[in-house]
Design a protein around this ligand. Structure first.
Ligand code: C2E
Ligand code: CA
Ligand code: CA
Length: 578
């Protein structure tokens, strides 16, 4: 093992080192090796690497590591040997038939005649772990596509190019993906996302990149591509949905909505990748609003609309505090007696500049901007106080309040109701809480639990807009509601007894009765509709024919002036003075 002169280092010292180690003379000839070196050389079984003393380490290094790295190792070790540097430390890889291995080489000079001791520590595990974590930080676990961070980097690199070609970003969102997840489970949903990813990759031009933002949103970065080119590509991507997908053994047809946004080429636009993706997202939202399987190209007015919404949401937040909300009340008629049984409280916003705004202008906004809970609390408080005031004036009306899906999801509605009743002193039987059919269908169990809690306290619960959504009739069995409000779209179609809508109303009334509920016809606009809904068995009616929603102050005089509207047994409407 030893050759020539006794080396400064003995074999025993080298053998104590755990890493493969060699002692070289100033020409790179191996003087000594340790046991770990011999074992390592034996194990890699590579004839480019020779064991034992007397061999030329420099030549071996060039053979094993390739010329470039080999030359760097040799040059560094020679410099070390000549005393031009203190030590050498570097990582290098050696290709083996079993895959690359990584080593950390560390060398120092020993003694006076330029001898060098070199240790080689196998760091393959550490390097591979680093490579995996670098990869994972930039890729999506589920589909192995570039993730949001990586996509932003890719787009940024395009935007920074000195020749400034146009870049188009497509944002693709699967229509109805939530339904797949909800009805078939997350595993099927995940599998669907992988199928889509596979098809997208297959359709992507080699110069473009496809990645996943998260959820069911995919992004394609189209390089050197203007809006027209992006639209053409987007149409091609919609083609991947022509073939059905395999959902747990079932073939299912799906569609996607695509938003298109372009950073124009030429002069630097200062556009940022996050902005480009957000523009594509706004365009995708606009596409969704127009239905399924649509394309939409971003334009500045989409961004203006968002800014406008943010501003209005800010104003609404202040409006709640500043008491700019008002309630109008629409009378509800009890058909068998012709008496006014109660009123529905409908919120409006007395906007300082824009006048009286209907709920359609701000309720959806309140839901998105987390303002629905304060709005609901305000409405509950104002409506229960008003009802108490009417009762004090000898008018014991029931008051109905609308509650949004978002309030139900927050799970605070039963508490808010209890608080409003306690503060106003209104008996619980005088309050009705209305929830839309779609709200109930979204999460029937949660709805059932909260309905039950409210009904236990004596508060009545109504299902609103019934017949406009698609909740299964079966779900109704488990929902403890007392009133079913038939959507005005059905009432509008009920022109005579033989119409389809009339048949649907009759079926809903029968269903309501079977579950112990009373039916209310909404949107009654004509005397004929009033008569028909009474004949079909509705207990209550509400609509412009009876009265439009009105300020609280108008209700007393309306009640005094009005005719009691009743229906004769033969179905003909009659009116008589109160
Ligand atoms: P909704 O609960 O179905 O309320 C009935 C809507 O129909 C009211 O519109 C009412 O003015 C209108 N309406 C009543 N009779 C007729 C009729 O004969 N013909 C027609 N065409 N329409 C009639 P409004 O006040 O604009 O309210 C719209 C929706 O806004 C309500 O629909 C309800 O979903 C929501 N909303 C109103 N107030 C509140 C509230 O305080 N909180 C929440 N979360 N939503 C509210
Ligand atoms: Ca309602
Ligand atoms: Ca309704």
């Amino acid at each position: 093992m030893a050759r020539g002169h006794p080396a400064v280092l003995s074999v025993a010292v080298l053998d104590a080192l755990p890493s493969p180690t060699v002692l070289l003379d100033s020409d790179g000839i191996v003087l000594l090796t340790n046991r770990a070196w011999e074992a390592a050389v034996e194990m890699v079984d590579d004839d480019r690497i020779e064991a034992g003393s007397g061999i030329d380490y420099f030549a071996t290094a060039r053979r094993a590591c390739g010329n470039a790295i080999g030359r760097r190792i040799v040059a560094s070790l020679r410099a070390l040997s000549r005393g031009e540097r203190e030590s050498v430390a570097m990582d290098y890889s050696v290709k083996h038939p079993i895959g690359a291995r990584w080593y950390h080489l560390q060398a120092s000079r020993v003694g006076e005649d330029g001898q060098v001791v070199v240790t080689h520590t196998d760091v393959t595990d550490r390097v591979q772990a680093e490579q995996v974590s670098v990869w994972r930080a930039r890729h999506d676990d589920l589909t192995a596509l570039p993730n949001r961070a990586a996509l932003h980097e890719l787009i940024d690199a395009e935007l920074q190019r000195p020749d400034r070609p146009p870049v188009t970003v497509l944002l693709l969102d699967v229509d109805g993906f939530k339904d797949v997840n909800d009805s078939l489970g997350h595993e099927v949903g995940d599998d669907l996302l992988r199928q889509i990813a596979g098809r997208l990759v297959a359709r992507t031009r080699s110069e473009d990149s496809v990645g996943r933002l998260g959820g069911d949103e995919f992004v394609v970065v189209c390089r050197n591509c203007d809006t027209a080119g992006g639209v053409a590509l987007a149409e091609r991507f919609q083609g991947i949905f022509d073939e059905p997908f395999d959902l747990d053994g079932r073939a299912a047809r799906l569609t996607a909505s695509i938003g298109v946004a372009t950073a124009r080429g030429g002069a630097p636009s200062g556009a940022r990748p996050t902005e480009l993706v957000r523009d594509a997202d706004l365009a995708m939202d606009a596409a969704k609003r127009r239905g399924r399987s649509r394309l939409h190209v971003f334009s500045g007015d989409l961004r203006d609309a968002v800014q406008q919404k943010v501003r209005v949401a800010g104003e609404l937040r202040e409006a709640i505090e500043a008491d700019q909300l008002v309630l109008h009340y629409q009378p509800i008629l009890h058909l068998p007696t012709g008496r006014v049984h109660g009123v529905e409280a409908l919120v409006r916003w007395q906007h300082p500049e824009r006048g009286l705004l209907p709920p359609g202008d701000f309720i959806a906004l309140a839901e998105v901007y987390d303002l629905i809970a304060p709005v609901t609390r305000w409405v509950l408080s104002a409506a229960t106080r008003q009802a108490t005031e009417w009762a004090d004036q000898g008018l014991p009306l029931r008051v109905s309040v609308n509650v949004s899906a978002a309030s139900l999801a927050a799970g605070t509605i039963a508490d808010d109701v209890a608080e409003a009743l306690a503060a106003s002193g209104l008996p619980p039987e005088r309050l009705v809480v209305e929830l839309t059919e779609t709200t109930v269908a979204e999460d029937p169990e949660r709805a059932a639990a909260q309905f039950a809690a409210m009904r236990r306290s004596g508060v009545e619960v109504a299902i609103d807009d019934f017949g406009s959504g698609f909740s299964s009739l079966g779900q109704l069995v488990n929902i403890p509601a007392g009133i079913l409000k038939i959507d005005r779209s059905l009432v509008a179609g009920a022109v005579d007894r033989r119409s389809e809508s009339a048949a649907a109303i009759a079926a809903i009334v029968a269903l309501a009765k079977a579950f112990g509920m009373r039916a209310l016809a909404e949107g009654v606009e004509t005397v004929e509709q009033l008569a028909l809904t009474a004949t079909l068995g509705c207990t209550f009616a509400q609509g412009y024919y009876i009265a439009r929603p009105m300020p609280a102050g108008d209700l007393l005089s309306w009640l005094q002036d009005r005719s009691v509207i009743g229906v004769r047994d033969d179905g003909a409407a009659r009116a008589r003075r109160l």
